[in-house]
Write a protein that binds this ligand. Structure first.
Ligand code: SAM
Ligand code: SF4
Ligand code: SF4
Length: 338
């Protein structure tokens, strides 16, 4: 393996998540609640966002440190014009072998899906939190129908990506009644459904442990109707725990960042739309690279800065969540992506 750089807990760096915009056309109640993200909210002016050229320089620096996977996220990444161009450029960076996208799929038309695929996008994760409009509209809070997202999932499947996964955040009292209908719907489709425990990201989503449906509860609910058994992880550091249906109709994943944290294997860095590197989803402070880039530093200086950031990393927020007493404001999820 090419990776020789590790952080203070000996964790290598494999994945980079790139947030291409802080804007979104949804107002999911657990991510960008309307009370905060309203007309008074100051989104980043366009010129503040990293350009594609700047993103590429950062991806290149991370690739030299062992990153081979890049995930594009946001905000809603499909709101960024010409995302396909960025994908083409990332594909040319030496060392990058996998480019994926996390999207709400509301803008994922068949044409767009084909263009993304031809540009080099390999895998797509689509967020969908319920199968009935009443619940889903209560989640997205902007009146987007379930069918709109199902059309996006269909478009992605037709485009022939290596994998299309569906992400469902489960918030108790909001959409936990949708666990079984979602499992039933996606069984046997080849699209892997992944349940995500509701997390205390950012400062706006009024998170409370009582609203977390745990991995054990999710697995028990499904197992009672459709028997499942655990499956080995595909690779060390895989975020989702895997289960398969015992009748052979596919598998599911559960991302248990609250009830069973996986910081020990966390090999992800995040680049915000503004050009700061965050070494944890729950960080309160990023490491700015944009000023360096705009000051015209050499690749060597940029590489050294990236190395310095990762080698100083000590984050393990989820493992220490219950001991954290005074909380500094955390970065919002829409800033750095999931
Ligand atoms: N807009 C895109 C989407 O929704 O897929 C990409 C960005 S979104 C921030 C990335 C992922 O984070 C989504 O799957 C979303 O459901 C998840 N997410 C957002 N807020 C969350 C929270 N509080 N807890 C758990 N997952 C969350
Ligand atoms: Fe937008 Fe995604 Fe956040 Fe929902 S989860 S508000 S779609 S960024
Ligand atoms: Fe990684 Fe931070 Fe999540 Fe732990 S809490 S798994 S260090 S992003």
């Amino acid at each position: 393996m090419s990776n020789t750089f590790v952080d203070r807990f000996n964790r290598p760096l494999h994945d980079l998540r790139v947030s291409v915009t802080d804007r979104c056309n949804f107002r999911c109640v657990y991510c960008m609640p309307k009370e905060v993200f309203n007309s008074d909210y100051k989104f980043l002016p366009r010129k503040e966002l990293l350009t594609f050229e700047e993103i590429i320089r950062v991806v290149d620096a991370f690739a030299k440190m062992g990153v081979s996977k890049v995930r594009l996220t946001g905000g809603e990444p499909l709101l960024r014009n010409d995302l396909e161009l960025l994908i083409e450029k990332i594909q040319q960076v030496q060392g990058i072998s996998d480019i994926s996208l996390t999207t709400n799929a509301s803008l994922l038309t068949p044409k767009r899906a084909e263009r993304l695929k031809s540009a080099g996008l390999k895998r797509v994760n689509i967020s969908l939190d319920a199968l009935d409009d009443e619940t889903f509209m209560r989640v997205n809070d902007v009146g987007i129908s379930v069918q709109t997202v199902l059309d996006g999932i269909h478009a992605a499947s037709e485009a022939g990506f290596d994998a299309v996964k569906v992400n469902m955040v489960v918030k108790k009292g909001l959409n936990d009644h949708s666990i079984l209908p979602m499992a039933e719907f996606f069984r046997g489709t080849g699209q892997i459904l992944r349940f995500i425990e509701f997390m205390d990201v950012g400062n706006s989503n009024a998170w409370n442990l009582d609203h977390v449906t745990t991995t054990a509860e999710i697995a028990d609910t499904i197992n009672a109707k459709f028997p499942i058994e655990p499956v080995e992880a595909n690779y060390k550091g895989e975020v989702a725990k895997r289960w398969r249906y015992t009748d052979g109709s596919g598998e599911i994943g559960i991302i248990s960042s609250v009830s069973q944290p996986f910081c020990g294997d966390c090999s992800r860095a995040r680049l915000s739309a503004l050009g700061s590197v965050y070494t944890c989803l729950f960080a309160s402070q990023g490491h700015d690279l944009r000023d360096l880039l705009r000051a015209g530093v050499s690749d060597d200086v940029l590489d050294a800065r990236v190395r310095e950031i990762w080698s100083g990393r000590e984050d393990r927020y989820s493992e220490t969540r219950s001991q954290v007493v005074t909380l500094k404001p955390k970065v919002e999820m829409s800033y750095i992506g999931g």
